[in-house]
Design a protein around this ligand. Structure first.
Ligand SMILES: *Cc1c(COP(=O)(O)O)cnc(C)c1O
Length: 225
């Protein structure tokens, strides 16, 4: 195998990112076991997924239900595999999403909570759920507004959904720190322990602000087309 094979390239990217996560944890005085790397495989070819699995990666994020099914259907039984939905979800895809994913990170409106609860009853599967918060209140972005997050969380809990934390995507043109801090504050006052925040460009900052899950795509697999 040459050093330019996709397997080797992906393996060394994983090694580099894991090292940077460990370093960020050390600087923040945190245990590295408290930060889970979610490898984002949206738009990636099959070889990238295979290489990631070979590199020992088991936690993956996908943006679209259909693409995730295509990516993972034949690999769903891989021991330890955890699939996380990190893209917007339409209510008419709730059953498929609940059937496929272990975690749905993008609960952002009461109607979707209702659909997820109904889908859980129907499928007998109950994925863990994160509420996505639109910390920058950007009109084009999905997510519950910060001031509506407490109600959203309470509604989801009242339906029996297993809400374990929050997720955010800060505005691209702003410093991410204040957004991560806001997410952490909303999580704390609601007794939530999971914080999915930080992507390729800002995951070390997110770790400083308490991220428990960082969602990383391009730093592992290269730029997407
Ligand atoms: C694509 C995507 C990521 C990964 O982004 P990179 O910058 O490639 O690391 C993380 N989170 C969400 C919600 C995404 O859509």
């Amino acid at each position: 195998m040459t050093t330019s094979s996709p397997d080797t390239a992906v393996a060394s990217s994983f090694e580099a990112v894991r090292r940077r996560i460990a370093r960020a944890c050390r600087i923040a005085g945190r245990d590295a076991s408290g930060v889970v790397l979610t490898a984002v495989t949206k738009t990636q070819p099959d070889e990238a997924l295979a290489a990631a699995l070979t590199a020992g990666q088991r936690v993956f994020g996908e943006n679209r239900v259909q693409e995730a099914e295509a990516h993972w259907a034949t690999r769903r039984d891989t021991p330890g595999l955890e699939l996380r939905l990190i893209g917007p979800l339409q209510t008419n895809k709730a059953v498929e999403a609940v059937a496929l994913f272990d975690v749905i990170e993008t609960l952002d409106r009461p109607k979707l909570a209702d659909a997820l609860a109904a889908a859980s009853t129907k499928t007998g599967r109950a994925p863990r759920v994160l509420v996505q918060v639109n910390t920058g209140a950007e009109p084009q972005k999905a997510g519950t507004l910060p001031e509506e997050a407490d109600d959203m969380i309470a509604h989801a809990r009242s339906l029996g959904l297993n809400v374990e934390g929050l997720m955010c995507i800060p505005p691209v043109e702003e410093a991410p720190g204040p957004h991560f801090a806001l997410l952490r504050k909303i999580a704390r006052r609601n007794g939530l322990s999971v914080l999915s925040m930080g992507m390729s460009g800002d995951y070390e900052t997110a770790i400083r602000f308490g991220a428990t899950h960082v969602r990383i795509g391009s730093a592992l697999f290269g730029e997407r087309n």
